[in-house]
Design a protein around this ligand. Structure first.
Ligand code: FAD
Length: 464
């Protein structure tokens, strides 16, 4: 049984269907039959980057997904870094060259991606998605295990399966396993405490992000890129992103970190783009026709619940997706990190190991490098606040700033960053010694050239 039919819940259902005779996904929200935004996933109105690694992993769970998305109009960037404008921490990456090691990126809108996943899950014979809200899982103290869930009696009365009893405080549905894919608002830590378990320790980074998003239409060909990102930096707390959707419309998301407020109207968003992007984008945006209303979203805190560190965990329940870790959304990693967790779930079920322990530890291993690098970047560049800031984080952030400076004009470094940013080669954003040497050498040459130019300029100026 799965709580939640968003990205984590759908990936979980796909994996579980290979190991259990019947999988039921309970979702409280109405699920549209076509790509459309949903009430309980308000982030789907905002820019969602699908990292190249996430696309690869999703296709391994749902073979044919990427081809079908492309057939439906989703942009595919095959070894085309010139289709990506990437500004990170105040540096614009030199992406206007062919990559030495090719990779392909895909640019679906979030509603389209979720719909593609949902229709595939609905096609699996032993999976059903039922529109009901889960009130809470039921816990049996004698065997220290979760035995099922209680459904909200107020929900629609679809058949929720054979093994159910009507109880006064809700309908009970029995199950062997509950997957908590209810997102960052899950109550699992509270339930654990009620059942006599330790609540997981939480690592948090207070980032104070606000999003404001508007869709628009623009004449074809005015913007060459399909992905445009200008992240926030130490001196600029506002950033933006633009994506070209499968139906030819565009989304413009502006955001502020450290409680900076993004512009609330499309005209003001254009004015911000004017400030953050080269003039050719501004020129194109003057021809944009805004569609619909501005959507807003607040994301105060990145949160990692350390289920890997609890002493005991009940049998019969596991957490997955944002319920475990929700990352700074402006880095665009959440869906990819979620699908990596689904891979761990598959390996855990194949191994026959103790499920929660295997999964929680495997998830911690893939979460750690990404979480740590994000935290370093947020502390160094985004004025974020965390309870525990190791001394080496800020110097590491400064070194990385230098690295990104070199990657502006060195295509090898830009490619290294683009691949790591896409979570492809490794989840660790740690350059090897040759790459660090290259960055230092590159910066040194730039510095020497600049000094020479300054001297030449000084000698050609008439003395006062
Ligand atoms: C503003 C913003 C921008 C983002 N941008 C990106 C991006 O660019 N790239 C990226 O990869 N990721 C991004 N993310 C993260 C991404 O949205 C999530 O990582 C992804 O949706 C996986 O989340 P999830 O499935 O775990 O939870 P959610 O998407 O939050 O879904 C939880 C689901 O559970 C259901 N549910 C909850 N409680 C119950 C209950 N009791 N009973 C039944 N159903 C229930 C909800 O209705 C919902 O459908 C962004 C997030 C935010 C907030």
């Amino acid at each position: 049984m799965v709580i939640g039919a968003s990205v984590a819940g759908l990936c979980a259902a796909r994996v579980l269907s290979d190991f259990y005779s019947k999988v039921t996904v309970f979702e409280r929200d109405e699920l549209p039959g076509a790509p459309a935004t949903r009430a309980t996933v308000p982030q789907d109105r905002h820019l969602h980057l699908l990292m190249a690694r996430g696309a690869q992993e999703l296709d391994s769970h749902f073979p044919g997904l990427l081809n079908d998305m492309v057939a439906a109009g989703v942009a595919m960037l095959e070894n085309r870094p010139d289709c990506i404008y990437l500004g990170a921490a105040g540096h614009v990456l030199g992406t206007g060259h062919t990559l030495r090691k090719e990779f392909t990126a895909y640019v679906p809108s979030r509603p389209h991606l979720e719909w593609q996943l949902r229709r595939r899950v609905l096609d699996i014979d032993n999976v059903e998605i039922v529109r009901r809200r889960v009130t809470e899982p039921t816990f049996e103290r004698t065997h220290q295990r979760v035995t099922g869930v209680l459904l909200d009696p107020a929900g629609p009365a679809e058949d929720a399966g054979a093994d159910r009893e009507d109880l006064a405080d809700g309908e009970f549905v029995a199950t062997d396993l509950v997957v908590d894919a209810a997102g960052r608002g899950t109550r699992l830590p509270v339930w654990l405490a009620q059942w006599g378990y330790q609540r997981p320790a939480e690592e948090t980074v207070d980032i104070g992000i606000s999003y404001a998003t508007h869709q628009f239409r623009i004449p074809d060909g005015l913007i060459r890129e399909k992905v445009v990102v200008a992240g926030a930096s130490h001196d600029q707390s506002l950033g933006l992103g633009m994506l070209c959707y499968e139906d030819g419309t565009w989304v413009l998301t502006t955001f502020g970190v450290a409680h900076a407020k993004p512009p609330p109207t499309f005209d003001e968003m254009r004015a911000l783009a004017d400030k953050l992007l080269p003039a050719r984008f501004t020129a194109a945006l003057t021809q944009a026709e805004p569609l619909g209303e501005t959507a807003f979203h607040a994301f105060p805190t990145c949160r990692w619940r350390r289920y890997d560190k609890v002493d005991r965990f009940p049998v019969g329940i596991i957490p997955l997706g944002d319920a475990v870790a929700s990352f700074n959304p402006t880095f665009g990693q959440g869906m990819t990190m979620t699908v990596l967790q689904a891979g761990h779930l598959r390996r855990a079920l194949e191994s026959g190991a103790e499920l929660a322990s295997f999964l929680n530890h495997a998830t911690a291993k893939t979460t750690y490098p990404v979480w740590m690098m994000n935290a370093i970047a947020d502390i160094s560049f985004h004025h974020a606040v965390a309870e525990h800031v190791p001394r080496w984080w800020r110097p590491a952030g400064s070194l990385f700033d230098q690295f990104l400076g070199a990657a502006e004009t060195d295509p090898v470094l830009a490619e290294w960053f683009l691949r790591r940013f896409s979570l492809l080669d490794s989840l660790y954003m740690v350059p090897s010694a040759p790459i660090i040497g290259r960055a230092i050498g590159h910066n040194l040459r730039l510095w020497l050239r600049e000094r020479r130019t300054r001297r030449q300029f000084a000698t050609t100026q008439p003395s006062p």
